[in-house]
Design a protein. Sequence first.
Length: 76
Amino acid sequence: MTWSRKLAKPITLKDGRTILTLGAAREMMLSLPPIHRRGAVWQYAGELLAEGADDKDSLPDAEAQLQRALKTEGLI
């Protein structure tokens, strides 16, 4: 897996953190309270992030789902 793969466009969270890579997205996701990570939007985001780490062609789908998840949580 290539967690160092860069996102097409950095994502800046409301708290000022910036997500530049799949690994940073994964770390941010793992920092969420477990109750949030168990939600369907984050479960799917996690699956797609892992796929994006394995295959760069999956990266756009992973980024789109990450954006949805972050919006759902009010983080962006």
